[in-house]
Design a protein around this ligand. Sequence first.
Ligand code: AMP
Ligand code: DBH
Length: 550
Amino acid sequence: MSSPALPGFTPWPPDQIDHYRAETLWTGETFGALLTARATASPEAIAVVDAANRWTYAELDRRSRSLATGFARLGIRPRDRVLVQLPNRAEFVEVIFALFQLGALPVFCLPAHREAELIPIAAASGAVAMVTCAEHQRFDHAALADTVRRAVGTLRHVLLVVDDTAHEFAEGADDLADYRDEPGDLPEVDAGDVAFLQLSGGSTGIPKLIPRTHDDYLYSVRRSAEITDLGPDTVYLATLPIAHNFPMSSPGILGAIYAGGTVAMTPDPTPTTAFAAIERFGVTLTGLVPPLARLWVERAEKGGELPDLSSLKVVQVGGARCPDELARRVGPALGVTLQQVFGMAEGLVCYTRLDDPIDVVVGTQGRPMSDYDRIRIVDDADEEVEPGTDGNLMTQGPYTIRGYYDNPEANARSFTADGWYRTGDIVSLRPDGNLVVKGRAGDWVNRGGEKVSAEELEAYLLEHPGIRDAVIVGTPDPVLGQRICAFVQPLDPQTPPTLTTVRTFVRERGIAAWKMPDAVVTIAEFPETGVGKTSRRDLRRLLAEGHRAP
Ligand code: AMP
Ligand code: DBH
């Protein structure tokens, strides 16, 4: 029945697959079939709205199947990988469902990614095409896509969502609209197959690509939709960039479609634009990272002339630790129920439940969404810690991957031989079963939900002609949770690099803007670690613990 798996994909063990199927967690339905089923059941219901479009389920289904047919004409085949870099707009949904219908795999890139991220992602995924918009927020994505295409041999086509009819197409690029063919026959897609590749936070070397199957991801979407009580009346506002796993699936845009509700889009998450979108579209649910939640809460608490937010019932906060103080204010300020969400693109998602007592909702990051999720909290020797004690979180289950795509080195680090995923998060388990996230074990800065690998950024800084050595540390920030502090040892102490020159240098390497250091601290020597060998990790811990450099 199933064909051989995609090379580079680590499947679940056969007995687990049988178990998840027997328990009907995995139902054999694909995302393409799901959309077509919703379009058949309620063709006139509104599936997607944004500033320019309002598509019914019938229209979204027809559009995605016609685009799938056009993609096939272009030579895109089942299992081919296609980079998708689109902002929050209706075409995003059309394009990913077109790829699902065809059995080709979207690779979810963020609008903020630049060539330093996209070229390794395109190369590691072996992408044959890229779909992006010609321009977004005055940035020339068409030129960026052209750079990626020229650098990566497998990438044959660039398809652009074009708003300006005078747009000039570079060689190898076309207007996406020219591929909206009359819907034709499409291949059978197996739900056990990989549906897409999601990205894990940045790192040097080979990017970590996360293969999710139709079976496992649709299960996580269905459970998420149940927990957040979605139905046909749900209007989910995609506020965070939808390529992120959280607005994609927790329950996100796919949850809204699973429930036959409506996906509304805002390209700009700030209160001015997003509050207007809530009133205009009658939004019932959205998800935010803590810094955005703070902006929304502060704006609402300030009062004065505000759009009508009374349709909004639930606001989720996740992606980074929500301070208890902020969590306490969300409900009263916005007139909603708060739900905390602690998840990862690799799988496991935890939620506080809508009827949880307030101390759980403001003081914890919730509990796993599925009874089939397994978690272990262990010390550095992988021994289970006493309940209530901080430890490293490991997990496995029906929607947690067993390995990154085609990346044996990362897999050896992040997965145990018996299939546990090492999340890298330090958590404690309360007697009531809820988790509290205490921090991260790895060298990561979580800047308001965007994760930055210290190692990646240090590698860029070390290329700077005036920098001898550099260590990246996440320092506390009242708004972002953490900010990026670069401790640099200059080559010439008389002319240390400034914040501006460092930021300019890093930006010119072509990386996403959220990875720019927020502060540069010059130091003559890095502090002694007391362990003889100076490891960056030890230095980072010392600096993070407040040890000042000399
Ligand atoms: P990623 O692997 O890039 O999808 O990022 C997932 C990581 O984000 C998790 O492993 C946590 O470190 C962090 N994270 C997500 N949600 C929360 C939350 N509610 N509280 C604390 N950290 C979170
Ligand atoms: O941060 C995340 O990756 C995340 C947060 C909340 C996530 O993947 C999710 C929910 O599904």
